[in-house]
Design a protein around this ligand. Structure first.
Ligand SMILES: CC(C)(COP(=O)(O)OP(=O)(O)OC[C@H]1O[C@@H](n2cnc3c(N)ncnc32)[C@H](O)[C@@H]1OP(=O)(O)O)[C@@H](O)C(=O)NCCC(=O)NCCS
Length: 164
């Protein structure tokens, strides 16, 4: 089942990120975003055993402006549940929830081969830069056609990301 995160999910969500990533940076990031009320969209995947996956979206600015844009990060699935389509379901459900919430643009930093299947394109094609000295791995998706018209510049994630 794919559903919105509720308050009591926090520690299970933390466990998913601790198991999926090599360090505790992503788990701490999600906790900090939640504490600062910067989790714009937060969705979990639940199996009988409990929560097995999680995806977060938080606000980003473009050229210092609020343009109804969010960053997808992090997304994780427990190792023993990976490669079964759960991550893809989380991404699709997350993008739909962002669209419903009125966001217009989503950025992500990740594997182009994975994210292009959801419609992400290299952000540099649209004149969008990033803080991480990467090129093709930084991608963007318009949730509504034309959302990127007239929008270019440096995309910045929230301060919570500086500790990653
Ligand atoms: C990335 C992640 C969330 C994907 O979850 P998942 O449930 O395994 O994803 P899916 O089963 O939906 O995978 C769908 C497809 O993407 C591919 N894929 C999964 N992870 C991939 C990756 N990191 N790079 C390239 N392709 C990947 C799978 O092979 C699969 O392809 P297929 O359907 O053609 O076989 C999961 O592997 C994970 O938690 N990884 C560790 C944390 C991480 O790196 N998160 C992403 C950065 S924020």
């Amino acid at each position: 089942m794919i559903r919105r995160e509720i308050d009591s999910d926090a520690s299970a969500v933390r466990s998913v990120h601790l198991a999926a990533f090599p360090g505790d940076g992503e788990a701490g990031l999600v906790d900090a975003l939640r504490e600062n009320r910067h989790l714009s969209v937060s969705i979990v995947a639940e199996e009988n055993a409990g929560i097995v996956g999680h995806i977060a979206f938080s606000p980003v600015t473009v050229d210092g402006l609020d343009v109804a844009a969010v960053g997808l990060a992090p997304v994780a699935v427990l190792p023993e549940f990976q490669r079964q389509g759960i991550g893809s379901e989380l991404i699709r459900a997350g993008l739909a929830a962002c669209r419903e919430a009125g966001f217009r643009i989503v950025v992500v930093l990740g594997e182009p081969g994975f994210y292009q299947r959801f419609g992400f394109q290299p952000a540099h094609l649209f004149g969008l830069g990033n803080e991480y000295q990467v090129r093709d791995e930084f991608m963007v998706l318009e949730l509504k056609p034309g959302s990127l018209n007239g929008i270019r510049g440096l995309v910045r994630y929230g301060d919570e990301f500086s500790s990653l």
